[in-house]
Design a protein around this ligand. Structure first.
Ligand code: ZN
Length: 686
């Protein structure tokens, strides 16, 4: 492991800046800490709210990610108020959290790490703690005692596994202060603690010990097949993705039975090595490496047993059986270890392994699924390292229960804000680069959806997706070029959605085009083009949607953007009105055919949405202005005056209607048509 400390870079830094520097140096090393794991602290003189000097402990806030550390992520705690706790014999988790909260020097700062006391009880100025993979490979196995002794001798003290909290903090301090004068403490099934009189010293010792462990493991792993021989047929990358796309919606429906989830597919080399190996299933059935890993991936992944991963029917039925037995075993494990009054969480897996194909991780959103994937890949590395030295072992079933059902974590869940209306859902929008489609993509993303933005204009779609990513975070949107008249392109986009998220829940079929001209003079090519885009385009999108939603078996909602011209056609809009009428009739037949699967099909009929619209080209505006004998600048005003509410209809108004049809608020409505036109008497249904 590389030592990233550069003395010149810390010249003139105060204690807190050095702590930030140390934390970042550790945080960028994925083999040390991942996604909020690990923590660091420094003890430094500071002032309390009265301006009186106090000894402060700056400690990483709970949940913040080390690689993105800033000063504000390290709340200061009054060290002299914390230290008397060391004399106690016991302290409950709740009592500890409450006590620490009262010692905060700034009550509005982030909540200090749950491992605050571990840092406080060590007398050293700076403390660094990680869940380094190499250290876990050493501690998690039959070889732990011997290997640690051979490697570190008296340099480190060992502390037996115990869930983080008051007692662990006390035991670490007692081990650190023993007569043997260790330079670090290794916590079994948990990680490493080092310290120093400077941040650099704490860091250097940490890097030195982890590097030593890494080298030791590498030597022992040389020439060994740590997961056993490769047994399963390993498909070629392209074939793996085809299989993954084909079966993902089935899996998504099964593991999202209680609560919808987003899937993330991963067929990286380390995953393929594990899932193809003869001992893979047995090894990953031993359990996650630490309580921290358990919280992200659960104790066990789900292994899908198949002989031939290319036999899709076999894979799907194997998935069905695997999910059923996973949930049953989870239930049994929960019942065997449960504490009084605790409710069982979702019994479905966070990690799914399919030999020959790869891994899916699940989460309430793409980022959570990604985190679980990153953590499981490190779990694979830890297992491999342990196998190189001996036999991988980890937390007992009871310890794993106590980690997953840790009251403090359960309490955190109750504090989580209420989920947004389209949270956990994936929405695909056609014609999403501008106008109504873009407004819908934005509205849905604001309500928590992951959005597949598609458009003939690939660049425009990409811009919208980038905007959503910047606003709502990683993994919340992808962009795909899609010509709705091309069967191959439509199906490729759905394949991308299956791979990116495991499926879709909502599809807005919005892409369309306007054709103007009296029927007597309209060239047949223009008529055909209108039918291609406004009728066949919706047919192709609907066909893929229905197939996917039926595989997923979770119901779903499809929204068709029609037009006021369907109930109230206008002169010179023959091709447009007739092709859009075909779209609407298609939607109704789809409603009839798919109601029994819980798939809803509804139609929105907007009128005169000018702003930001590609449909209203300059040509079309001029033609319509001429037809109504008004100047082109007055066109929007003309349409406004035409409706009962005298309202300017915007793309955002249409997006509100789309959100209603997409969400469960319209759960009992299908085959319906909703106008968003300011009120047009001609367009009233009759
Ligand atoms: Zn820890």
């Amino acid at each position: 492991m590389q030592n990233r400390w550069v003395d010149d870079e810390v010249v003139g830094m105060d204690d807190l800046d050095q702590l930030v520097y140390l934390s970042r140096a550790m945080g960028v090393e994925a083999n040390l800490v991942l996604w909020g794991g690990g923590n660091t602290s420094i003890k430094s003189e500071t002032l309390d709210f009265r301006g009186q000097p106090v000894r402060g402990l700056y400690i990483k806030g709970s949940g913040s990610d080390m690689k993105e550390s800033e000063r504000r992520h390290f709340p200061a705690v009054d060290l002299d108020a914390l230290l008397p706790l060391f004399e106690r014999d016991a302290l409950s988790d709740e009592g500890m959290v409450d006590y620490i909260r009262r010692c905060m020097l700034d009550p509005s700062a982030p909540r200090p790490s749950i491992e605050t006391l571990l840092h406080a009880f060590l007398p050293h100025k700076c403390v660094a703690h990680s869940h380094a993979d190499a250290i876990l490979s050493l501690t998690n196995g039959t070889h732990a005692g011997e290997a640690l002794d051979a490697l570190f001798g008296r340099d480190v003290a060992l502390v037996a596994y115990r869930r983080p909290g008051f007692l662990l903090a006390k035991e670490v301090a007692q081990a650190a202060l023993s007569n043997l004068r260790p330079r670090g403490v290794v916590l079994l099934n948990h990680g490493l603690v080092t310290w120093g009189s400077t941040a650099k010293q704490a860091y250097d010792t940490h890097v030195e010990m982890v590097s030593k462990a890494e080298e030791f493991i590498a030597e022992r792993a040389a020439g060994k097949t740590v997961f056993g021989v490769q047994r399963a047929k390993r498909l070629e990358p392209e074939r793996r993705r085809q299989v993954a796309a084909a079966v993902a919606p089935t899996l998504r429906g099964l593991v999202g039975y209680r609560q919808r989830v987003v899937l993330r597919f991963d067929d990286s080399a380390e995953v393929m090595d594990l899932v193809g190996a003869s001992d893979g299933k047995e090894l990953c059935g031993i359990g996650a490496a630490t309580p921290d890993h358990t919280l992200h991936t659960k104790r066990l992944p789900m292994w899908v047993d198949v002989d031939d991963p290319e036999d899709l029917a076999e894979v799907k039925s194997a998935m069905y059986l695997a999910v059923e037995s996973y949930a049953n075993e989870y239930r049994e494990w929960f019942e065997a270890h449960r504490a009084a009054g605790v409710e069982m969480l979702d019994p479905y897996p966070r990690v799914v392994l399919l030999p020959g194909v790869g891994m899916w991780t699940t989460g309430r959103d793409g980022a959570v699924a990604r985190t679980a994937g990153d953590i499981y890949r490190h779990t694979i590395g830890i297992i491999g390292g342990a196998q190189a030295m001996g036999e991988y072992r980890t937390l007992t079933a009871q310890d794993a229960y106590d980690a997953e059902y840790w009251p403090l974590e359960l309490y955190k869940l109750t504090l989580a804000p209420r989920e947004k209306e389209l949270a956990r859902r994936v929405a695909l929008v056609t014609g999403g680069a501008s106008g109504i489609g873009r407004a819908i993509a934005r509205r849905f993303a604001a309500e928590g959806a992951h959005v597949v933005v598609t458009d003939l204009d690939a660049k425009g779609a990409d811009q919208v997706a980038q905007e959503l990513l910047a606003e709502y975070g990683r993994d919340r949107a992808i962009a795909c070029r899609m010509d709705v008249t091309s069967e191959a392109e439509v199906s490729e986009v759905f394949r991308q959605a299956r791979l990116a998220y495991g499926g879709v829940d909502v599809v807005v079929s919005n892409a369309g085009m306007a054709t103007v001209g009296l029927i007597e003079s309209l060239p047949v090519e223009e008529w055909r083009r209108a039918l291609e885009v406004n009728a066949t385009g919706h047919f192709l999108v609907a066909k893929e949607t229905v197939r996917l939603l039926r595989e997923q078996d979770t119901g779903g909602s499809m929204v068709f953007v029609g037009t006021k011209n369907v109930p109230a056609p206008g002169k010179e809009f023959g091709a447009y009105s007739a092709s859009k009428a075909a779209e609407v009739q298609l939607a109704r037949v789809l409603a009839v055919e798919n109601g029994e699967y819980g798939i809803r099909m509804n139609i929105i009929n907007p009128d005169a949405v000018f702003r930001d619209s590609k449909l209203w080209s300059d040509d079309l505006r001029e033609q319509r202005a001429a037809a109504h004998s008004i100047p082109v600048e007055s066109l929007e005003e003309f349409y406004r005056q035409r409706n009962l509410l005298q309202a300017v209809v915007t793309a955002e108004d249409v997006a509100e209607a789309a959100l209603f049809f997409a969400s469960d608020r319209s759960a009992k409505t299908t085959g319906a048509m909703m106008p968003v036109d300011g009120g047009l008497r001609d367009a009233f249904p009759r």
